[in-house]
Write a protein that binds this ligand. Structure first.
Ligand code: FNR
Length: 196
């Protein structure tokens, strides 16, 4: 089976980000199946439609190329004020333009969110899923991942999870995502063989 390359986009720019740690845990759990690479979003200037085309900030081309070179998308989506973070929204907007040239289109994706609080980032998770509908990004439906009550104690900086229940949930999510990527890739290959 092909090892698909996956772009990991983390909505948090924080050095000690829990989502970064969860991304590392998912990367480790799927190491034999997926090649997950973290794509930087913190250096992208705020999107301005006036600068589509030649006036675009130089960081945009590198970002779009990096996403374009991947077969799928893994989103870590922290919740800021019940929505997705500004950094992630900006990355979504940058990759979605110029019009008709979105680099996200049709790439299989998964969204996870977490929070030190109880609700586990449900609001941001679903706000991002809503954007994925418009972006034509097929998002894994189950398992949903709203990991509440997260802490540095439960998940170390290298992604090692000490909480047994969380560890099992994250590993299950990771493998379901690898299955999802394989499924979409297989479907696409079949369609290419037998176009309608
Ligand atoms: C938060 N946080 C938060 N948590 C939550 O469950 N719902 C929310 O609406 C918010 N809002 C919010 C706004 C802002 C500006 C900050 C800085 C934080 C807490 C947030 O979930 C927590 O900081 C996470 O740890 C962020 O993820 P990372 O940075 O650890 O990956």
């Amino acid at each position: 089976m092909t090892k698909h390359r996956i772009a990991f986009l983390n909505g948090s720019l924080r050095k000690d980000s829990l989502h970064k740690r969860l991304g590392l845990a998912i990367t480790a759990a799927t190491a034999g199946r997926l090649d997950i690479v973290a794509i930087e979003i913190g250096d992208l200037p705020l999107y301005n439609q006036d600068k589509d085309g030649d006036a675009a900030p130089p960081q945009y081309a590198a970002f779009r190329e990096a996403i374009g070179g991947c077969d799928g998308l893994l989103f870590g989506s922290p919740e800021y004020n019940r929505g997705i973070t500004g950094a992630l929204k900006n990355a979504i907007d940058v990759g979605s333009r110029p019009y008709g040239k979105s680099v996200y289109s049709k790439k299989p994706a998964a969204v996870f969110s977490g929070s030190p609080g109880l609700t586990g980032g449900f609001g941001s998770n679903h706000a991002l899923r809503q954007a994925c509908v418009f972006l034509d990004v097929p998002v894994m439906q189950q398992p949903e991942a709203y990991w509440g009550m997260l802490s540095d104690q439960k998940i170390a900086a290298d992604g090692t999870i000490s909480d047994e229940m969380l560890g099992k949930f994250v590993a299950g999510f990771a493998h379901a995502f690898a299955d999802w990527v394989d499924l979409i890739a297989a479907g696409r290959a079949k369609l290419a063989e037998n176009p309608a």
